[in-house]
Design a protein around this ligand. Structure first.
Ligand code: CDP
Length: 216
């Protein structure tokens, strides 16, 4: 198998994670969710009650961290952590740190088949030479509805208009930031994941299967 890295980028709540999990299972790749690193830093900031706009303190904090875990945890998915993660993701030193952590995680992994990595800048910046790049897009109202349901299912308080507002703000931050904004990476397959059936497993398998079988 010649696959090394598949990147999946897209805005908040586009379903990248689900697609990444499916692809990883199907092709025996390891899934790395780059957002986890931003969320873990946000969680430490929240625990230590640091103001997320206090760049100097955050820089000192990051300089003291050797390695950060890529393990998922439900507590990292709260709306409070999402909002802090979105603020600190604008800082170049945070992005540099997270990118190094991703490369370190891959280097240390025993998985020989390769990785599927999801995020915002994976195909455009972090792994520009990836074998296959996907960009997932979904209408913002649908994303907000999905996120609202997720939070309710998690037992969190969630008010739909507030979630919609938060997601719009996070989109704006992601797309307009100076450092590694969210863009469609060059050479990416753009996938509209708005309806439940807009990207079928079949379509995904054709895209990836073509590559694996050396047909392009
Ligand atoms: O699940 P959701 O798509 O809402 O967020 P996530 O992928 O867990 O990422 C959390 C935050 O980290 C987002 O608000 C992004 O701004 C940021 N992020 C980023 O800037 N670059 C990445 N490669 C991944 C996440």
């Amino acid at each position: 198998m010649k696959i090394n890295i598949i990147t999946i980028d897209g805005p908040a709540g586009s379903g990248k994670g689900k697609i990444a999990k499916y692809v990883a299972k199907k092709w025996k790749l390891k899934h790395l969710d780059s957002g986890i690193f931003y969320r873990r830093i946000a969680y430490i900031i929240s625990k230590k009650k640091i103001n997320p706009i206090n760049k100097i303190t955050i820089k000192i904090l990051i300089n003291d961290i050797d390695q950060i875990s890529s393990q998922k945890n439900k507590i990292l998915r709260s709306e409070k952590i999402s909002n802090i993660a979105s603020i600190i993701a604008e800082y170049k030193f945070v992005r540099d740190f997270v990118n190094t952590q991703q490369k370190l995680t891959i280097k240390k992994s025993k998985n020989k088949n390769g990785f599927v990595i999801d995020g915002r800048d994976i195909g455009s910046v972090v792994f520009k030479n990836a074998s296959i790049k996907l960009y997932i897009d979904v209408d913002v109202n649908i994303r907000a509805k999905r996120r609202h349901k997720q939070l309710i299912d998690m037992g969190e308080k969630s008010i739909y208009p507030q979630i919609l507002k938060d997601i719009k703000l996070r989109d704006k931050k992601d797309k307009s930031r100076k450092n590694s904004p969210l863009v469609i990476p060059e050479g990416a397959y753009v996938v509209d994941n708005s309806s439940k059936f807009s990207i079928t497993q079949n379509q995904l398998n054709i895209i990836i299967g073509k590559y694996i079988n050396g047909k392009y």
